[in-house]
Design a protein around this ligand. Structure first.
Ligand SMILES: [Zn+2]
Ligand SMILES: [Zn+2]
Length: 239
């Protein structure tokens, strides 16, 4: 608690330092939380699979999304989870930097095509985690993106039916089992949903959330995330 307060106070009284490299940011942009050098190192995803957005292997079809349930129509991510992006996400989630939602949504807005229709549905956080963190990072991103894309945000559409353990150390199959019954959704006949989350790793959370929405009558479910795990990290998880 004290650490959070001290960090918040420091940001008020001192000029901003980049959350990645800790160098002072350009005084022309005093609200920036990341310096131009670190931002320039963000790596955009190249065009890939029409459905999941993952860059395709040199031969053959996509290996990332064939097992996704049919209800998930497409998923897009702005940048790879490189060192700089991982630092941004970490500070955003665990270090009381809600303002990073503005940067994150801006990067997504510039790199991901605006969904033609529907409303944004943030991946919900359990009550305990929301209390600990003070905010749901996916909700903050969705609010900023909704403003930029002029799309509604359905903040209460999806909620956690139960708390889940953190996914970080789990294999892909264990991740799926961990989140399979985690969500509940309010019923919405024929409404389109664009799921919003900070990071797409194996897609387990997105799949579970999309199936829940689909069962509650939502249609055309797509997803957007700020970052996507690098392929070698996925291979490490699977082994
Ligand atoms: Zn920096
Ligand atoms: Zn795919």
């Amino acid at each position: 608690m004290w650490a959070v307060t001290a960090a918040a106070l420091q940001r008020v009284v001192l000029p901003n330092c980049c959350v990645v490299c800790e160098q002072l940011v350009d005084s022309q942009h005093p609200d920036e939380l990341i310096c131009g050098v670190c931002r320039s190192r963000f790596q955009l995803l190249a065009r890939g699979c029409d459905r999941c957005g993952q860059p395709l292997p040199t031969v053959g079809p996509c290996r990332f999304c064939p097992e996704w349930p049919p209800v998930v129509q497409s998923a897009r991510s702005a940048v790879w989870l490189s060192h700089e992006v991982r630092e941004v996400v970490h500070h955003f989630k665990y270090d009381d930097y809600p303002g990073l939602a503005v940067l994150i949504a801006d990067v997504m807005y510039r790199t991901i095509a605006r969904p033609a229709a529907g409303g944004l549905v943030p991946i919900p956080l359990g009550r305990r985690k929301t209390r600990l963190r003070g905010y749901n990072q996916a909700l903050l991103i969705a609010r900023e993106l909704g403003r930029l894309w002029t799309l509604p945000v359905y903040e209460e559409a999806l909620f956690r039916a139960r708390e889940t353990t953190t996914q970080t150390a789990l294999t892909p199959d264990a991740r799926l089992a961990n989140v399979a019954t985690a969500f509940s959704a309010v019923h919405a006949a024929e409404r389109c949903a664009v799921l919003v989350d900070d990071v797409l790793t194996t897609g387990a959370t997105l799949r579970a959330a999309a199936v829940t929405l689909g069962n509650a009558g939502w249609r055309r479910i797509t997803a957007v995330t700020f970052a996507r795990a690098l392929p070698f990290e996925l291979r490490a998880l699977a082994s």
